[in-house]
Design a protein. Structure first.
Length: 329
């Protein structure tokens, strides 16, 4: 058995190779079929423009060999990179903020200790690339600088793009445009979105919302890492990448779809909880197992299970939850 997955992550001791093999042999057939369709699409003279066909293709998964390119195009990162030639390298050559550099250095060894490509002994060692991307980003977006969580996101981008500059521009797309204010010092957007999820659960899975309220469990306790790390280290790698495919194209509401699907699918299981620690444990459990490993069927579920979820609904909830948070100060 292969102890290390294709992305360099070591598999845990209790990894279920049998069910993974069963899933992957089926998934491989899907991937092969998708790869042929994507190659045709990308050879077409129009490239990738926003269309229902492209949206459908993305929801069914981008083959790994095309992933970096498609993310770059649909997120706007490619256009930004082309409009700012040499900008990334100028950031790295410029004056550095010592405090920022220190904070980033501190987190280097804590980033993916279970990934062989990020070890000091690796050749090339991706820690160096990660360090560059984060330092450049901190100087590019001074309002954000560096905050924990960004190291994991940048790390994933590097594993997929294998390109420092592209990772920088994709990080910029996520933090600057796709996620509303998750990483600013006050993390207003993040706090707001956790409240928004709470409101959506009230609407779509009221029994779970009621349970949380009854035991005084705040949403931030059980879901903050879902939002901060965009499901890295929470869900299996393949599943995270499939979620990100949609995130780059459709924006931050995908995070709510995934969260709602996890909660709704495991409603009965969560409702067995009888106290505070119990509830927290259940929320850890629901991110494991075959339901999340079978990324293809999981992605179909996130678009059906939560029902309709319009950007208008989310925008409205963000406004009311944001105001509520401000008033609580």
């Amino acid at each position: 058995f292969n102890r290390v997955d294709p992305y360099g992550f070591e598999r845990p001791e209790d990894f279920d190779y049998a069910s993974y093999e069963a899933f992957f042999s089926r998934y491989l057939v899907v991937l092969t079929r998708r790869a042929i369709k994507w190659s045709k699409l990308l050879k077409g003279h129009n490239g990738i423009q926003k269309s229902l066909k492209v949206k459908r293709y993305i929801r069914k998964g981008i083959p790994n060999e095309h992933r970096a390119l498609v993310w770059m195009i649909v997120s706007g990162a490619q256009a930004n990179m082309e409009q700012n030639p040499g900008y990334y390298h100028r950031l790295l050559e410029g004056e550095k903020n010592d405090k920022l550099v220190e904070a980033i250095k501190t987190d280097m060894n804590r980033t993916f200790p279970d990934n062989v490509k990020f070890r000091k002994t690796a050749d090339p060692c991706l820690q160096h690339t990660l360090y560059n991307v984060l330092v450049a980003y901190g100087h590019h977006n001074k309002a954000v600088g560096y905050c924990q969580g960004m190291n994991f996101i940048a790390g994933y981008l590097i594993l997929i793009t294998k390109n420092e500059e592209e990772s920088f521009w994709l990080l910029d797309a996520l933090i600057g445009r796709i996620l509303p204010d998750y990483y600013s010092p006050a993390m207003t957007g993040l706090k707001t979105d956790q409240e928004v999820l709470g409101e959506l659960v009230k609407m779509k899975v009221p029994a779970v919302a009621e349970l949380m309220e009854r035991h005084g469990v705040m949403w931030t306790l059980v879901v903050s890492r879902w939002f901060i790390c965009l499901f890295i280290d929470i869900l299996p790698v393949e599943t995270v990448l499939r979620i990100w495919d949609c995130l780059f194209y459709e924006g931050s509401k995908i995070i709510f779809r995934v969260a709602l699907t996890l909660i709704k699918q495991h409603q009965a299981f969560i409702l067995e909880a009888t106290n505070f620690p119990d509830i927290c444990d259940k929320f850890k459990e629901i991110t494991k197992g075959t339901f999340v490993t079978e990324c293809h069927s999981f992605m179909q579920k996130i678009f059906t299970e939560p029902g309709s979820l319009s950007m208008a609904t989310i925008t409205k909830l963000r406004e009311t939850c944001g105001e509520k948070l401000l008033s609580q100060g």
